[in-house]
Design a binder for this molecule. Structure first.
Ligand SMILES: NC(=O)c1ccc[n+]([C@@H]2O[C@H](COP(=O)([O-])OP(=O)(O)OC[C@H]3O[C@@H](n4cnc5c(N)ncnc54)[C@H](O)[C@@H]3O)[C@@H](O)[C@H]2O)c1
Length: 258
C-alpha cells in the first residue's frame, strides 16, 4: 500500500530558494524545511537572508545557508550552485521565486526598466535553472519549481505589461525545460499565485489602499495567505508529484475563472 506520508517527506533533500529572505519565498522555505529539506536561501539582501536562514534553522531544526546572490549575474548564480554542492553535496529542489514588479504604463516605461524586469524575472530563472539543472543531471534528477503568476495568463487591472510578459515567459520556460530535461529525471513545474498578502501587498489592499477595489474581482473576496502556497510547494518538491511536469498550477482564489 502506498505510504502517503513518505511520499511528501523531504528529509535528506537539498533545496535552493531564490528571493527567500521574505514574502512568499521565505514562507515556501519554511514549508520545505518543515517537510525535512535543508534550505539554501539566495537573496539580494544580505542582512535579511542571513537572518531568515538563522530563524528557519532555529525553528525547524534543518541545515540552512543564507547567501547574498543577484540572480541576474551569471558568476553569482554559478557560485550559488557551487557553494551548495560544496556544503551539501547536491541540489534536489530549486524554487525560482526571486521577482520584481514595476507598475509603469507601457508608453511611459523606459527600455532600461523593461530590461530590468526581464533580467530578474526571466533571465534569473533561466540562469538558476541552467546551473542547478547541470548538477541535477550529474546526480540523477530533481525538481524545479518556478514562481510564475496568474499574470502569466491575464492582463490584470493595472499597468504592468513588462511584469505580465515576463511571467508569461516563465510559464513557457517551465514547459520547455520540462520537455528538454525529462530524460534527465528533472521535473519542472510552476506555481501561479493570485494576489497574496505579503508585506508589500497589504497596504495596497487596506481600507484606503489603491487596489482595494480589486478584491471585488476575486471570487473568494480576499487575498491569499503566503502559507496557502506551502502545501503545493511541498507537493511539487516531493515524490508525491512524480508524474507532474511542465504544469503551471494556479492558486488565485478563483480570480482567473471569471
Ligand atoms: N505577492 C504576490 O501577490 C504575488 C503574486 C503572484 C506572483 N508573485 C511572485 O512571487 C515571487 C515572490 O513575491 P513576493 O511578493 O514574496 O515578493 P517580495 O518583493 O516580498 O520578495 C521578493 C524577494 O526577491 C528578492 N530579489 C529581488 N530581485 C532579486 C535578484 N535580482 N536576485 C536575488 N533576489 C532578488 C528580494 O530581495 C526579495 O527578498 C515573485 O516572483 C513574484 O512575482 C507574487
Amino acid at each position: 500500500m502506498t505510504n502517503y506520508k513518505n511520499l511528501f517527506d523531504l528529509q535528506g533533500k537539498v533545496s535552493i530558494i531564490t528571493g527567500g529572505s521574505r514574502g512568499l519565498g521565505r514562507e515556501m522555505a519554511n514549508a520545505l524545511s518543515q517537510a525535512g529539506a535543508s534550505v539554501v536561501l539566495a537573496d539580494l539582501n544580505d542582512e535579511l537572508v542571513q537572518q531568515a536562514a538563522e530563524e528557519i534553522k532555529a525553528q525547524n531544526g534543518v541545515e540552512t545557508l543564507g547567501l547574498q546572490v543577484d540572480v541576474t549575474k551569471e558568476d553569482q548564480v554559478k557560485n550559488l550552485v557551487d557553494t551548495t554542492i560544496e556544503r551539501f553535496g547536491k541540489v534536489d529542489i530549486v524554487i525560482n521565486n526571486a521577482g520584481i514588479c514595476q507598475k509603469i504604463k507601457a508608453e511611459e516605461m523606459s527600455l532600461q526598466d523593461w530590461k530590468k524586469t526581464m533580467d530578474v524575472n526571466v533571465n534569473g530563472v533561466f540562469l538558476v535553472s541552467k546551473y542547478a539543472g547541470l548538477k541535477m543531471m550529474e546526480t540523477g534528477g530533481g525538481s524545479i519549481i518556478n514562481i510564475a503568476s496568474m499574470s502569466s495568463f491575464i492582463a490584470n487591472t493595472e499597468a504592468q505589461c513588462a511584469y505580465n510578459s515576463s511571467k508569461a515567459a516563465v510559464a513557457m520556460m517551465t514547459k520547455c525545460l520540462a520537455n528538454e530535461w525529462v530524460t534527465h529525471n528533472i521535473r519542472v513545474n510552476a506555481i501561479a499565485p493570485g494576489y497574496m498578502e505579503t508585506d508589500m501587498a497589504k497596504p495596497l489592499f487596506a481600507e484606503d489602499g489603491e487596489l482595494r477595489h480589486v478584491l471585488d474581482y476575486i471570487p473568494m473576496k480576499r487575498l491569499g495567505k503566503p502559507y496557502e502556497l506551502g502545501g503545493l510547494a511541498i507537493y511539487l518538491a516531493s515524490d508525491a508529484s512524480s508524474y507532474a511536469t511542465g504544469s503551471v498550477f494556479l492558486v488565485d482564489g478563483g480570480y482567473t475563472v471569471i
